[in-house]
Every structure is written in structure tokens, then in C-alpha cells.
Ligand binder design. Structure first.
Ligand SMILES: [Mn+2]
Length: 293
């Protein structure tokens, strides 16, 4: 990353998930110093104080997610204003509402934001379609302007993303209502079978073209459940048949040094389900592939 200091924002929040355990993910990475060797890269990497809610916690998890999103959006925008590169470590995937609302808010009015969403799931439920009502199944729909107004309205009411500027990679588990919404909007979905057929490098190159074509910059949001559970067991909702860690780190290297990449987000790390820290090490490798010169 050229001349941008990396600011790591840990999100101590699992309000969007059925199991809140990933609220501790970022703190485990920080205290066990998994990203330490990146501190010497370029202009260095520094951890922020984590984003967390002060008690008393709201009774409605949507209010809690909204609170986190507002804080996180402000934090991301603040770092961007300083010329720094935000690296957000979840937390459950509902924090994406804050990360990308903050980034969109930091752009000039009218500028568009691209986003590559790497995930086993679509995360595109609305409150009406979600069987679980867990908000970590809804953040992409929210960012596209569909969902609870408390979550679509973070940093302003307009959609943060246009469908044309968004794509998903690695999807293999979803409900039909999510697919219907994304298809209606025109979001490009690279399902896992297409990734297997064409290879991740070709798919990722297509994704980069899409998210940069009409935008002022783009982000990458990685749900660790995109990885195959054999290589990333420490997640909330594992799904068999995922991306290999080597393929994903190779693909992310295509974005290395790209000035148009404005932020990176890695979420859903559940340290209690990790095995010998294999998932923590995967997080390190994913960060390094984007960050290293
Ligand atoms: Mn997700």
C-alpha cells in the first residue's frame, strides 16, 4: 500500500449473529499479536481502540447494530480523512453497514463506491425475508438501500452502493428471497461453481473491473466463511466447498498497491471454533497479501 498507514479497527460486536462469539475475534488477534509482522510494512500498521458499545446495551439487536455502525462509520471516515487505510476486523458481518457507509460518506457527493463481497452467503435478507432475523444476514441488502431504516440510514438515507458497482464471490448457501433481490437489482454473483470452473484469478479480475468501472474507489469485504472450513474452521456459519486460502491470498494480491482500494474488512472470526489458530493465520495471510509491497 503506497504511503498509507494502516489503521486496524477491531469491532467488538456480535449483535448481528445468533452466536455473539465473534465479538472477541479482533481482540484475540490483537493480544496474540497475529498481525505484528505487518507493523514494519510501508508506513506501518497500528491498532485503534476497538469499536464497542458502552452499557446499557439496547434490548433490540437492530439498535445495537445501528450503534456500532454509526461509531464505525465515523472511525473509518476519520482515518480516510487522515490519508490512512482502514482495515476493519469484525465482529459479525453486520459491521459492514458501518464500514461501507463510512467510506461512502467520505467520498464527494455523487461519487460511487465499488465493493467486492467475498462470502459463502449472500447476506441480502430483509427483515421480511429473513427466517432468523439475524442482522448479519442482511448487511449487503442494507447497503443497497433495502432493509430497516435504522440500518439503511447510517450516514444518510441514500443507498451506499449501486448494484452495478457490486459483486459477490464464493456464494454457495442462500435463500431464494436473497437471490431474487440481488437478481432484481442486477448485482453480479460469482457462485462457487463458477469460481471452480474458471478459477479465482479470472473471476477476481472480472470483479475488479466491475467495481472500478464507474466508481471513485472500491473496498473488499471478506467473510471468513468464504474459505473452505478445512482451512478456516473458526467462523460462525461454516459451509463446505469453499475457497482455498492459497487461491484467495493469490487473488487479493491483484489488489496490492492499488490506490483505488480504499479499505479492507475481514469478519466473522470466531476464536472459540478455531483449531490451532489456523483461521487466525489465514487472516494474517489475507491481510499481508493486500498490504505487502
Ligand atoms: Mn457474511
Amino acid at each position: 500500500m503506497v504511503a498509507r498507514r494502516i489503521r486496524v479497527i477491531g469491532v467488538a460486536a456480535g449483535y448481528g449473529a445468533g452466536d455473539p462469539a465473534c465479538q472477541d475475534g479482533a481482540e484475540v488477534l490483537r493480544t496474540l499479536r497475529f498481525l505484528d509482522d505487518l507493523e514494519s510494512v510501508d508506513d506501518g500498521l497500528a491498532w485503534d481502540e476497538p469499536v464497542r458499545l458502552a452499557p446499557p446495551l439496547p434490548a433490540d439487536p437492530v439498535d445495537a447494530v445501528q450503534g456500532i455502525a454509526g461509531q464505525l462509520a465515523q472511525r473509518v471516515a476519520g482515518h480516510l480523512a487522515q490519508g490512512d487505510f482502514p482495515l476493519v476486523i469484525g465482529g459479525d458481518h453486520s459491521c459492514a453497514i458501518g464500514t461501507w457507509s463510512g467510506l461512502k460518506g467520505a467520498l464527494d457527493p455523487g461519487q460511487r463506491l465499488g465493493l467486492i463481497w467475498i462470502d459463502a452467503h449472500m447476506d441480502s435478507h430483509t427483515p421480511a425475508s429473513s427466517p432468523s432475523r439475524n442482522v448479519h444476514g442482511m448487511p449487503l441488502a442494507c447497503l443497497l438501500g433495502h432493509g430497516d431504516p435504522r440500518l439503511t440510514g447510517v450516514t444518510g438515507a441514500a443507498p451506499k452502493l449501486l448494484a452495478e458497482d457490486v459483486c459477490l464471490i464464493g456464494v454457495r448457501s442462500f435463500e431464494s428471497a436473497e437471490a431474487a433481490l440481488l437478481n432484481k437489482l442486477g448485482v453480479r454473483i460469482f457462485f462457487m461453481d463458477e469460481v471452480q470452473r474458471r478459477g479465482l484469478p479470472a473471476v477476481f479480475a472480472d470483479a475488479l473491473r466491475r467495481v472500478t468501472q464507474h466508481t471513485a474507489g472500491y473496498g473488499i469485504s471478506i467473510d471468513l466463511d468464504a474459505l473452505d472450513p478445512a482451512e478456516g474452521p473458526g467462523v460462525g456459519t461454516p459451509v463446505a466447498g469453499g475457497l482455498s486460502r492459497a487461491d484467495l491470498t493469490d487473488a487479493l494480491a491483484l489488489a496490492q498497491g492499488d490506490e483505488r482500494l480504499r479499505a479492507l474488512e475481514i469478519v466473522e472470526y470466531n476464536p472459540y471454533r478455531d483449531e490451532h489458530f489456523v483461521t487466525a493465520r489465514a487472516i494474517h495471510d489475507l491481510c499481508r497479501s493486500v498490504i505487502e509491497i
